[in-house]
Design a protein around this ligand. Structure first.
Ligand SMILES: NC(=O)c1ccc[n+]([C@@H]2O[C@H](COP(=O)([O-])OP(=O)(O)OC[C@H]3O[C@@H](n4cnc5c(N)ncnc54)[C@H](O)[C@@H]3O)[C@@H](O)[C@H]2O)c1
Ligand SMILES: [Zn+2]
Length: 288
């Protein structure tokens, strides 16, 4: 931790400090999987994650191996039911209220769950895309995941009731024997293979999206880092940039992050509580 930085482990002590840091400043938030765990979506690296950790699909493998794609879609098919029913939690709502009140300018998110938008946040840069959209690897056309899900249900009538434990990224754990029988989806336009329109591990973020995120960070007067270990470079680079610019950096994340040494304010507390209390101290009324 840099000299003069402060560490808090509970919302009651942390919120006044966070509110002081944010007051009258143009704040931008960088969010990760940790803001959505309170909505029931697992993260990769949180406390207790280890036992269900498994290796997520790599971009390269998805492109080159049809059988991996088939198994991916089988798991994703089963996981979608629960994932698509997830609702924003108090932390998402507090951020939307802070934006509406002019206390937060924008969110750059690594999440693919669209829960910020569902909570009412408007300026959201989705660094890694969204699972709600699917793209054809051959012709590039995009369609909604709900439509693709519907086609998969029709093609796999015996799997309609299959369930599996929730895994990060809308995935589910699923027996190999079931996954191997699964008929994966095809593009309605060209019959090409489909990929959820998200950035898998080893994939690259579109330059236009990276630029949009940098643009938010360049105009920020304080950066809030919320629920991300920052292990993935695609998020970490924005924190590094904020540090180079010399703006205050507040990190609210349980567990270690890659930027702990750069933080002005470090909070090891649950996001819902911390954000709700901070918004209250800033005079932002809770949702009616
Ligand atoms: N909800 C989603 O859309 C989702 C879920 C899992 C993974 N992903 C993807 O995987 C990558 C994972 O990287 P990441 O850094 O975002 O996640 P991560 O799993 O590496 O880190 C999440 C961090 O949040 C902390 N955390 C969990 N619950 C918290 C809570 N209630 N309050 C405070 N902190 C909490 C964890 O301890 C952990 O340090 C991302 O790029 C993202 O695209 C997305
Ligand atoms: Zn196509």
């Amino acid at each position: 931790m840099p000299l003069g930085s402060a560490l808090f482990d509970n919302a009651r002590d942390a919120a006044p400090e966070l509110a002081r840091l944010l007051a009258g400043k143009r704040a931008v938030a960088l969010t990760g999987a940790g803001i959505s765990t309170e909505s029931g979506i697992p993260d990769y690296r949180g406390p207790g994650t280890r036992e269900r950790a498994r290796s997520p699909i790599q971009h390269r493998d998805f492109l080159r191996d049809a059988s991996l794609r088939q198994r991916y879609w089988a798991r994703a098919y089963v996981g979608w039911e629960r994932f698509s029913r997830s609702r924003p939690n108090a932390g998402h709502r507090a951020l939307a209220e802070l934006e509406a009140a002019g206390a937060l300018a924008a969110i750059v998110t690594q999440n693919v769950d669209r829960l910020h938008q569902a909570a009412g946040s408007r300026d959201v840069v989705e660094l890694h895309g969204a699972l709600a959209e699917v793209r054809c690897l051959s012709c590039g056309s995009v369609e909604s995941r709900d439509d693709v899900q519907h086609r998969m249900t029709l093609q796999n009538p015996t799997l309609a009731d299959a369930t599996g434990a929730a895994a990060p990224d809308g995935d589910a754990e699923l027996a190999r024997s079931i996954a191997d029988r699964f008929l994966g989806p095809e593009c309605v336009t060209c019959s090409g293979p489909l990929k959820p329109d998200v950035v898998f591990f080893g994939g690259t973020v579109d330059k236009a999206i990276v630029d949009a995120a940098y643009e938010r960070v360049e105009r920020a007067e304080v950066l809030l880092v919320l629920g991300t270990s920052l292990v993935v470079y695609s998020g970490f680079r924005f924190v590094r940039r904020a540090h180079e610019r010399g703006i205050p950096l507040a990190i609210v994340t349980l567990g270690e992050t890659r930027a702990d040494g750069l933080a002005t304010l470090r909070v090891q507390g649950p996001l819902g509580e911390v954000l709700v209390e901070t918004a209250r101290l800033l005079g932002v009324p809770p949702e009616g």
